[in-house]
Design a protein around this ligand. Structure first.
Ligand code: ADP
Length: 513
């Protein structure tokens, strides 16, 4: 029959204490049942036998003897607690935590000891188990990470991989271990032919910013996997190793590509609109263009007739022929200039940024604008800083912006007295790295409430307005790296300004493709 306390201890898996009673010489006077069971001796067989010699491993005997002696020599009854192993008859060893007290007779003489011991778990085993458990936990974390985690030594040999590595790269663990990391990063190897892996990795690590870069890795089947690589360096007992964390960024790259494509589509739609706007301007100007071209063409025809008459009269060597031919040439040049201006405006194949003299461009555009019937009755004045550097722009687009501003200014002054229709264009080169162009008129001015909406597409206060001119102009100026604004402080009409950077803007997209 088991004692109730035994049943509870079994249930709680608590270790049972053992008891050892020794005489003054350290010989066994009594062993508890538990002790006999554990050590494999019958009580009878060990009575009178020296406990330390019989039951302690030899390496512990001196230490235990010293503890026993100190217990004997102490005057006061002090208890002692310590840990040492016992050895069973069959050689098994058990680690025990001991608690000893001296036994003394009424005169205080030492007559022996009574010791209880509780088995402690094997620390080493416990540590090993907990290490194994923590390693298993870490492995589970590593295997479930969304990144491939690969450890390499300083020569680049793969020493460990997690399960995700297999998913991302298609290789089994055994196909990677022992091989060089370059099998996954062939492109990086090309970029880094002259240096070894550690240097390659160290350059990143030693920058202090951490080693984190985008690379193209290679899947087992040969296709490229865009990855983001982060490298951590670990040194254990002086041995350096690296752990690379590789995140598959295919999805991200795909979304970036989609974003780029949709931006491109928006840009193309915008370009198309801008082109339609220019065609619209040109078609509205067509009467004026015909009229403007008619003048030089009529002049050319008249001068040609005069030449023919001279030839008919046999006056070929007449010096009057030369000036007449020069006039024909001038008029033809003028007609050509008008056509070139129109072509620059409507030409779709004009996407390139080119070094442009903004001064000449403004002059040409004023000339072109005057072809328009509406603008013909308007006076222009143009002021410009003396030192204007050449700037890199898409010529046709900036011309389109200027024409839009001029045509709007003309519209705003339609009800002005004939001598009060003035457009002033000012071009300044302030030391801000930008050229500023101001277009002023003496028209109805811009309502404060409208100022914020002017550059929105389809905003128009005109009965037949499309409301696209300023929206397109604004996007053209922005894509050139400049700014377009309404000057709300200008009171004599309207003033719209735009800026253009003097240095070409890297990455500024030309408006047409
Ligand atoms: P639209 O000329 O077809 O109306 P815009 O985008 O060129 O389109 O102009 C939008 C609106 O901005 C015009 O309808 C007008 O109300 C206002 N606006 C533009 N320029 C001026 C100006 N110089 N003076 C007064 N209002 C202007």
């Amino acid at each position: 029959m088991q004692e109730p306390t035994d049943i509870i201890m079994d249930y709680l898996e608590l270790p049972r204490p053992i008891a050892v009673v020794l005489d003054a010489a350290g010989n066994i006077e009594h062993l508890s049942d538990e002790a006999c069971k554990l050590l494999g001796y019958s009580l009878q067989s060990v009575l009178g036998v020296n406990w330390i010699s019989l039951c302690l491993p030899s390496s512990w005997q001196l230490k235990a003897k010293a503890v026993f002696d100190s217990l004997a020599q102490r005057r006061q009854n002090q208890s002692e607690q310590y840990v040492y192993p016992v050895m069973a008859k069959n050689g098994d060893r058990f680690m025990f935590s001991w608690h000893s007290e001296a036994r003394r007779d009424p005169s205080g003489a030492f007559i022996g000891s009574i010791t209880t011991g509780i088995k402690v778990r094997d620390n080493a085993l416990q540590e090993k188990n907990s290490l194994l458990q923590s390693a298993a936990r870490n492995q589970a974390v590593l295997d479930n990470a969304i990144e491939a985690i690969i450890s390499i030594n300083s020569s680049g040999t793969i020493t460990h991989v997690n399960k995700t590595t297999e998913k991302i790269f298609g290789y089994k663990e055994y196909e990677l271990i022992g091989h060089n990391i370059w099998m996954l990063l062939p492109d990086a190897q090309l970029a880094d032919k002259k240096t070894n892996i550690s240097h390659y990795l160290m350059t990143g690590i030693t920058t202090g910013s951490g080693f984190n870069r985008e690379l193209k890795a290679r899947h087992k089947d040969g296709h490229c996997v865009p990855i983001e690589l982060t490298v951590a360096e670990i040194t254990i007992a002086g041995v350096r190793s690296f752990t690379g964390i590789m995140r598959d960024i295919s999805e991200r790259k795909l979304s970036e590509e989609r974003l780029r494509q949709s931006k491109e589509e928006v840009q193309q739609a915008l370009d198309h609109l801008a082109h339609l706007d220019r065609l619209h301007i040109a078609s509205e100007m067509s009467t004026g263009i015909a009229h403007e071209l008619n003048q030089p063409l009529t002049a050319i025809s008249m001068y040609a007739q005069a030449c023919r008459n001279l030839i008919k009269k046999g006056q070929l060597d007449n010096p009057a022929l030369l000036p007449t031919l020069s006039r024909i040439d001038n008029q033809a040049q003028r007609a050509g200039e008008i056509i070139r201006n129109i072509r620059a405006l409507v030409d779709k194949q004009n996407p390139h940024h080119q070094l442009t003299d903004i001064n000449a461009l403004i002059h040409n555009t004023i000339e072109l604008a005057q072809v328009d019937i509406e603008c013909r009755t308007v006076q222009f004045e143009y002021f410009c800083s003396e030192q204007l550097p050449m700037i890199e722009i898409v010529l046709g687009q900036i011309q389109q912006v200027l024409l839009n501003l001029i045509r709007n200014a003309c519209d705003a002054m339609v009800n002005n007295e004939p001598d009060d229709k003035w457009i002033t264009i000012i071009c300044e080169n302030k030391p801000t790295g930008f050229i500023t162009v101001r277009v002023r008129d003496r028209g109805v001015g811009i309502n404060h409430e409208h100022a914020d909406k002017l550059f929105q597409a389809f905003f128009s206060t005109k009965s037949h307005g499309m409301g696209m001119g300023l929206a397109i102009s604004h996007s053209i100026i922005t894509s050139h790296g400049g700014e377009m604004k309404v000057n709300q402080n200008y009171k004599d009409g309207a003033e719209i300004t735009f800026t253009l950077p003097i240095m070409p803007v890297l990455g500024a997209q030309p408006h047409e493709h």
